[in-house]
Ligand binder design. Structure first.
Ligand SMILES: [Zn+2]
Length: 299
């Protein structure tokens, strides 16, 4: 049973939109690439859980704050009276493991991963103690790319390669969930840290941003086919005028959450494809109107 769904990733959507609208730095493009790999890894694990889990309580993307230290967990499953934590790694190369450390095959330590493997279990343990949660937990570094191998580890190292993932889920989810497990599940949800940890938005002036409405496929902007029809050249999806306006407003909220919504802003964002009259009617119908002197804006 899934207790906490993996939510659509706002940060990724933001970065993908920027990559369509503006020239990004090499670092930003790298970051987008890493996030996409991460999301693909999550999806492949979720599919395994869907297929193989019999009894268990599943939590995705948990966020905690312990002693002012923030950490997240990719997947946590309560099975047979124990907590299983799965930290995903979607590597695009073989790696090896020696004396508690991961290395690339050329001998360079994988520092971020090595650090996380100590930090996350340490903080999670404090969280359990502070909240009087009395369940044993297992922490696994979980490799989710079937194409690459991990060399040199032993069973007790708690490292899972792709083909191990379904086994551990199948073997440990045979027993039904106890009342205490459900109680702990609730507690874990209550402990969620919901503040936005990182401000992932970059400072970009609207003048430097390409206008237009980006399709949900995140590959291209809609093009105008007729007064009532807009089409994405990449995935060929077609939307009507209202859907197009709605998506424009979502885009504005995503990129400039503090910006006041006005007819002229929406007109600019939609590349003057739609008349001010039509935009005003849409905003009057679907949004709340505010007047501040001569200024009219919407929320
Ligand atoms: Zn599309």
């Amino acid at each position: 049973m899934i207790i906490k769904e993996r939510k659509f990733d706002m940060e990724l959507s933001y970065l993908l939109q920027l990559s369509i609208r503006a020239k990004l730095s090499y670092e930003d493009n790298e970051e987008i690439d890493t996030r996409i790999k991460g999301i693909n890894g999550e999806r492949s694990f979720d599919a395994l859980v869907n297929q193989h889990l019999k009894h268990g309580l599943v939590f995705n993307n948990l966020q905690f704050n312990v002693n002012k230290q923030y950490f997240q967990i990719d997947a946590l499953i309560i099975m047979k009276g124990q907590i299983f934590i799965f930290e995903f790694k979607n590597m695009y190369c073989d790696v090896c493991y020696k004396d508690n450390l991961f290395y690339f095959l050329n001998g360079t330590p994988i520092e971020k991963l090595n650090e996380q493997r100590i930090r996350t279990p340490k903080l999670f343990k404090i969280l359990l103690t502070q909240n009087l949660i009395d369940l044993p937990f297992n922490y696994y570094t979980t490799f989710v790319n079937p194409d690459y191998k991990v060399y040199g580890y032993q069973v007790h190292d708690n490292i899972l390669e792709y083909q191990d993932n379904y086994k551990i889920i199948t073997e440990n989810s045979k027993i039904t969930i106890a009342k205490y497990d459900e109680y702990i599940a609730k507690k874990l949800i209550d402990l969620q840290y919901t503040d936005e940890k990182f401000n992932f938005r970059k400072r970009i002036n609207i003048e430097d941003l390409g206008m237009g409405v980006v399709c949900h496929c995140h590959v291209a902007k809609y093009e105008k086919v007729s007064n009532r029809k807009f089409k994405c050249p990449a995935c060929k999806k077609e939307v009507n005028c209202n859907d197009y306006l709605q998506k424009a407003i979502e885009d504005i909220h995503l990129i400039y959450p503090m910006e006041r919504l006005t007819v002229s802003l929406v007109k600019k964002w939609t590349e003057n494809y739609i008349s001010s009259e039509k935009i005003r009617t849409y905003l009057n119908t679907h949004h709340k109107i505010f007047k501040n002197g001569p200024l009219t804006f919407y929320r």
